[in-house]
Design a protein. Sequence first.
Length: 92
Amino acid sequence: MVTLHIEHPITDYETWFSAFSGFTEARRRAGVRDHRVQHPVDDRRYIVIDLDFDTAGEAATFLDFLQSRVWAAQKNSPALSGAPKATILESF
C-alpha cells in the first residue's frame, strides 16, 4: 500500500470539508482505496490527510492533479491557507 500524505493550514473547516467532499468522485477514479482526515488536537485549522493507493504511480498522478487543478485554483480550494506539503509514503 502507498499513502499520499498531505498537510496544510486552512481558514475554515466547514468550507474546506465542503470542497474536499466535492472531489469524492475524482478520488475514487484516481484509485484512492481509503482516506483519513485528521487535525492536531489543539489546532482545527491545520489538516492532515492520508489517501491510500495500490501503487506509487497512482499516488503521484493524483498529487499532480491536486497541484495543477485543485490547489492552483482558489475556487477549488477555497479554505486553503498556505502551501500544502505532500509526501508519498510506502509501507514496508
